[in-house]
Design a protein around this ligand. Structure first.
Ligand code: S3P
Length: 188
């Protein structure tokens, strides 16, 4: 498989999309883009504020516009928010000219990795685990349906996940040769 124009990471909150995305981009010599962080930069406010003032609908509109814009970028790894796959139009945009990777993560790991987080409005309630379970039951089939690669992340370090992903993306390329991507070529 030659490298795609874009690699898109999807998966639930706590899957490690941003950490893994940043490392993967570095490894491939691609730029890294994090949809939620760019929305925050553009808006000059964080996600809790956007949810508070504009509601989830307002955030979803910003998200759809942002994904459309980011899906124009080449040689990029794009980390999406956990709910980005909910709108059919987003799913269409994300899969275009891209390899979509689902970072599949157990509820236990999601709970563990989001436990102290105050930046995720959907989890600021009495029972975040119940929310994560409900979201998983709705979203897991959507992530799986969209993905070209499903990668289990439980009990793996981000570096290990990235190594396994690089092998899946380009299994025949010896490690030292992968450096050529950094000089701008993406077909080997
Ligand atoms: C959301 C996930 C968040 C962020 C927003 C909504 C969701 O992104 O987009 O809080 O609906 O699952 P992360 O998956 O990066 O936490």
């Amino acid at each position: 498989m030659s490298l795609p124009k874009r690699v898109v990471l999807v998966g639930p909150m706590g899957a490690g999309k941003s950490t893994i995305g940043r490392l993967l981009a570095k490894e491939l010599g691609y730029q890294f883009m994090d949809s939620d962080r760019i929305i925050e930069e553009r808006c000059g406010a964080n996600i809790p504020w956007i949810f508070d003032v504009e509601g989830e609908d307002g955030f979803r509109q910003r998200e759809t516009a942002m994904l459309r814009e980011l899906a124009e970028q080449d040689q990029a790894v794009l980390a999406t928010g956990g709910g980005a796959i909910m709108r059919p139009e987003n799913r269409e945009v994300l899969k275009q000219d891209a390899i979509v990777i689902y970072l599949r993560t157990s509820i236990e790991q999601q709970v563990e990795r989001t436990r102290k987080d105050r930046n995720r409005p959907l989890l600021q309630n009495e029972d975040p685990e119940a929310v994560l379970r409900k979201l998983f039951s709705i979203r897991d089939p959507l992530y799986t349906g969209l993905a070209d690669i499903v990668m289990q992340t439980d009990r793996k370090s981000p570096r290990l996940v990235v190594r396994q992903l690089v092998n899946r993306l380009n299994p025949k390329t010896p490690r030292h040769k992968r450096k050529v991507y950094k000089e701008g070529r993406h077909h080997v």
